[in-house]
Design a protein around this ligand. Structure first.
Ligand SMILES: C[S@@+](CC[C@H](N)C(=O)[O-])C[C@H]1O[C@@H](n2cnc3c(N)ncnc32)[C@H](O)[C@@H]1O
Length: 239
C-alpha cells in the first residue's frame, strides 16, 4: 500500500509496534478487499487511506479500553468483511477468533482471507446470531464479544451477550452520537445478565471523529429464553 506509513504510525499512536509480517498481512487484506468488492458488496469504503483509518485503525483502537493480551477467545458478531475481527487477529495473533455473519458470500471472502494471510486459530461461521447463541457449543463460551455497525444496542445486546461467559465482556463500537441509544438499552442489558461498565471515547489516529466504545460486563448467565427466535430481537427490541 502507498500509505503504509499511515498504518504504521497510526498503529504506533495506539500502542502497537507492527512487525513486517503484520504490515504485509494488512496489505494483502486490502488488496483482497478491493478485488472481491468488485464482485460482492463488502464495503463502501475503498480509498486506501480511508480503509487504513476507518477500517484498520478503527478496529484496533479497542486496545485503549481492554487488555486483549489477557483475553483468550473473541467472537465478532456481524463481522461483514471482517471488521473488527480480522485486524484484531492480525495484531493479536494468539487470540482465538470466531467470525460470525448471516451472509454466506461474506463468509466465503473471509475464508479466503484467512487462507491467504495464513491466520491460525480463527474460524468463520455462517449463522444468524439468534440461532448460534442458542447452541451449547457457542453460548456463554467467549471472554469477549465485539460488534461494529450491526444494530441498535438493545437489539445487539440480545445478539451478543448470550455468547459471553460469566465475567466476560461485550464491547460495542458506537459513535459519540449514541448516548441516548446506550442509556435506553440498559434495561435490555440487565435482562440478558449484563451491565454497563463504562463508555469510552477513543481518538482514532488521523481521523477527526472519535470512536465510542461501550463496555458491557456479563455479571450472570443469560436466561434460557434469550436470544429469542430469529428476527424477534429486531422486531420487538428488549427494553
Ligand atoms: C453494516 S455490516 C457491518 C460489518 C462490519 N462489522 C463492519 O463494521 O464493517 C452488518 C453485518 O451484520 C450482519 N448481520 C446483521 N444481522 C445479523 C444477525 N442477526 N446475525 C449475524 N449477522 C448479522 C450482516 O450480514 C452484515 O454483514
Amino acid at each position: 500500500m502507498i500509505y503504509n506509513h499511515l498504518l504504521i504510525e497510526g498503529a504506533e499512536k495506539l500502542g502497537y509496534k507492527l512487525t513486517d509480517i503484520q504490515v504485509k498481512q494488512f496489505n494483502k487484506y486490502y488488496e483482497m478487499l478491493i478485488k472481491w468488492n468488485k464482485k460482492i458488496n463488502l464495503t463502501s469504503i475503498i480509498d486506501e487511506q480511508e480503509v487504513i483509518l476507518k477500517h484498520f485503525l478503527d478496529s484496533i483502537a479497542i486496545k485503549e479500553v481492554i487488555d486483549l493480551n489477557i483475553c483468550n477467545s473473541l467472537i465478532d458478531l456481524g463481522t461483514g468483511a471482517g471488521f473488527p475481527g480480522i485486524p484484531l487477529k492480525i495484531v493479536f495473533p494468539n487470540l482465538k477468533v470466531t467470525l460470525v455473519d448471516s451472509l454466506n458470500k461474506r463468509i466465503n471472502f473471509l475464508l479466503e482471507v484467512i487462507d491467504e494471510l495464513s491466520l491460525e486459530d480463527i474460524q468463520c461461521i455462517h449463522s444468524r446470531a439468534e440461532d448460534l447463541g442458542n447452541t451449547d457449543l457457542y453460548r456463554e463460551q467467549f471472554d469477549l464479544c465485539v460488534s461494529r455497525a450491526v444494530a441498535d444496542l438493545s437489539i445487539l445486546s440480545e445478539y451478543c451477550i448470550p455468547f459471553v461467559r460469566h465475567g466476560g465482556y461485550f464491547i460495542s463500537y458506537k459513535s459519540n452520537k449514541s448516548q441516548e441509544e446506550i442509556y435506553s438499552s440498559k434495561g435490555a442489558m440487565e435482562k440478558l445478565g449484563a451491565c454497563l461498565e463504562k463508555i469510552k471515547n477513543v481518538e482514532v489516529p488521523f481521523l477527526d471523529i472519535e470512536r465510542t466504545f461501550v463496555v458491557i460486563k456479563k455479571v450472570k448467565n443469560t436466561p434460557n429464553k434469550y436470544p429469542r427466535k430469529a428476527g424477534k430481537p429486531k422486531k420487538s427490541p428488549l427494553r
